[in-house]
Write a protein that binds this ligand. Structure first.
Ligand code: NDP
Length: 286
């Protein structure tokens, strides 16, 4: 049996086409294109690259993009003021705060200030709670939502299967586990304190890696024919690699997402989808 490569690019492209059309309809109705604002504190090459990619993704589908760049040393009040300003700006439908923030920013400042209606990356506790409860009004973090849409794009059956999610962050692992649970998978969440990780991952019909540990998932940890979803984005010797040792795992898996080109291309498309959802709701079109 040869492995199926779950390429995110064609799936992302198809969804992008639909979103462009929807964006144009909304722009005609409201009088301006829906827009996202990205708030960035300080500079670093990886964050700059990510912000540029978001800008490109939004401009490609004729949606608005605004960057609020603050210095790394900016007082907390400045960040708060920027968020309140964007919350109140009717031309901005979605707000994304580039993480991590500098250490002088209290961890609960953004969740407490950001409007949950514009929280298109699902970091607000109201959205996280809604996701946990299976409430359709939740904004779901873009990366795990993209992972789920990728599985859907390839018609991977989820209901009744055992999904093991390795990683429990609030932005990737935990929401992915909840999304799979809502699709009626039986879900196990593993993390750095899990004992005998290989014994657990070998039980997975769907194995999800979201650890930031390059090559953590080896062939011996994967059941023959399993579906393997790799969210990892790690730079090793100047090359982007996932959390899964791709070559050896591809030899045993039934299907696998490549890195790059698997879950990555889906993320910004989901961010666009969430921004349009926020715009529809703000204008009573949902
Ligand atoms: P975090 O560092 O926040 O979380 C990593 C998780 O992995 C933690 O829950 C940690 O456990 C667990 N973990 C770490 N080491 C091990 C181990 N040896 N065995 C088992 N579990 C382990 O990372 P994120 O969730 O933010 O990101 C995960 C990956 O996804 C990264 O590579 C990141 O770059 C990537 N990413 C990809 C995106 C995309 O678009 N595809 C977007 C965002 C992130 P514990 O909780 O016990 O510490």
């Amino acid at each position: 049996m040869s492995v199926q490569i779950l390429d995110g690019r064609p799936v992302a492209a198809a969804i992008r086409g639909e979103l462009r059309a929807e964006g144009a309809r909304l722009a005609a109705r409201v009088g301006h294109p829906p827009a996202i604002a990205v708030v960035q504190m300080g500079r670093d090459p990886a964050a700059d690259r990510y912000v540029r990619a978001i800008r490109r993704a939004f401009e490609e589908v004729d949606l608005g993009f605004q960057l609020r760049a603050l210095s790394r040393e900016a007082p907390v009040a400045e960040l708060e003021a920027a968020l309140r300003d964007l919350n109140a700006d009717a031309r901005i439908s979605g707000i994304l705060v580039q993480m991590p923030l500098p250490p002088h920013v209290p961890p609960d400042l953004v969740p407490q200030t950001l409007s949950p209606e514009k929280d298109v990356d699902g970091i607000h506790p109201l959205n996280a709670g809604r996701l946990a409860q299976g409430d359709q009004r939740a904004f779901v973090p873009a990366t795990p939502l993209g992972g789920l849409e990728l599985l859907r794009g390839y018609n991977v059956p989820i209901a009744g299967r055992h999904a093991v999610v390795v990683g429990r962050s609030n932005v990737v692992g935990k929401p992915m586990a909840l999304l799979l649970l809502h699709q009626h998978a039986t879900v196990t969440i593993a993390h750095s304190r899990t004992s005998d990780l290989p014994a657990l991952t070998r039980q997975a019909d769907i194995l999800v890696a979201a650890t930031g540990r390059p090559g953590l998932i080896r062939a011996g940890m994967v059941r023959h024919g399993a579906i393997v979803v790799d969210f990892g984005v790690n730079v090793v010797d100047g090359k982007v690699v996932g959390d899964v040792a791709f070559e050896e795992v591809a030899a045993v898996a039934g299907a696998i997402t490549p890195v790059p080109g698997g879950t990555g291309p889906m993320t910004n498309v989901m961010l666009i989808g969430n921004t349009l959802l926020a715009a529809r709701r703000a204008h009573g079109a949902d």
